[in-house]
Design a protein around this ligand. Structure first.
Ligand code: PMV
Length: 321
């Protein structure tokens, strides 16, 4: 039996909308910071029938796509006909905390370990396998800061993959995660991606992503926190505007989210704190900051009544145990 471990990533430039929904080929590039927790462990072993503790349809579809990808690599029989998957997770699901990114990057790592008996895969190839289950999972195959490259308009199964932007030790950043509610969200990101193009703001968003992606890469390379804050908050606001103007509209942020944002903005102005906020597809607020701000950001998070808090930092991505 193979066991792999991973954790979520937090997007600084968000992935929202596909050019192919079936193949999870994103409409544009995205970029994230890998976190060191909360962790997910995935086990995989050969089995007579396909078995998984949750979302059978999604994992079956993913398995079929992975086998199709292996055919394109000329190694069609590198995975068994069926597997039994086990999942142990510390992440509450459906709260916008990218649990699917952690699960599918760990699963890709475990599949790659089995496939390596036929032929070792590159990190890029493993990221394609992760992407076929959850687009953002491709980025969690790398530690540190990683981009999901949409790579033009190609429609083949491997025409989007992740690349490393900077390793974990490049910049010590923290992500203090405030989870205001553990209520499952009503529309998951897979369905959400398919609605993105119904927003009138979507074309403009796609046109602006190359600029924002480059600004974000520059900010990371220069460890320029102010620049990172500007571009990450701009992109987050823009993605949520697209979500809220799609048909039907998707409102992932709650009253609590808005209150937390208001309060952290007040705190950072008052105390000149380097801290940025960002939210994925849920009400959970991520407060990203460098070392100099961590104690105050932690104290702020701990003072939030009724919220679950995770204190994380840049992590190493998926790996085998
Ligand atoms: O990987 P998915 O299909 O769960 O989509 C992730 C979508 C966002 O979390 C909202 C943005 C991102 O880039 O992670």
């Amino acid at each position: 039996m193979i066991t792999a471990r991973s954790a979520p990533n937090i997007a600084l430039i968000k992935y929202w909308g596909n050019r192919s929904n079936n193949l999870r080929l994103p409409a544009a590039d995205s970029l994230s910071m890998q976190l060191d927790g909360p962790c997910v462990e995935v086990t995989v072993e050969s089995h007579e029938t396909f078995s998984v503790p949750r979302d059978l349809q999604r994992f079956t579809t993913h398995f079929a796509l992975v086998r199709e990808y292996l055919r394109t690599l000329g190694i069609p029989n590198a995975l068994p006909q069926a597997v039994r998957i086990g999942i142990t997770s510390q992440i509450p699901s459906g709260i916008g905390l990218a649990s699917s990114a952690a699960v599918f990057s760990a699963l890709a790592e475990a599949y790659a370990a089995i496939i390596s008996k036929t032929r070792p895969l590159s990190r890029k190839e493993i990221s394609v396998i992760a992407r076929l289950g959850s687009g953002s999972a491709a980025r969690s195959v790398f530690g540190g800061f990683a981009a999901l490259v949409a790579a033009g308009s190609g429609e083949t199964i491997d025409s989007a993959y992740a690349i490393l932007i900077a390793p974990k030790n490049h910049w010590l950043l923290y992500d203090v995660i405030i989870v205001p509610t553990q209520k499952e969200k009503s529309v998951g990101s897979t369905e959400g991606h398919a609605l993105a193009h119904t927003s009138q703001l979507f074309t403009d968003r796609i046109a602006n992503i190359p600029r924002r992606q480059q600004e974000c890469i520059d900010a990371i390379m220069k460890r320029d926190f102010e620049k990172l804050q500007r571009v990450a908050e701009e992109d987050c606001a823009n993605m949520h505007a697209v979500m809220q103007t799609s048909t039907p509209p998707l409102h992932y942020l709650s009253e609590e989210t808005h209150r937390i944002i208001r309060e952290i903005k007040e705190l950072r102005t008052r105390e000149h704190l380097p801290v940025l906020y960002t939210m994925d597809a849920g009400p959970t607020v991520h407060l990203i900051c460098p070392e100099e701000a961590i104690l105050k950001v932690q104290a702020f998070a701990q003072s939030q009544k009724g919220c679950k808090v995770f204190e994380t930092q840049v992590g190493r991505g998926s790996f085998l145990l």
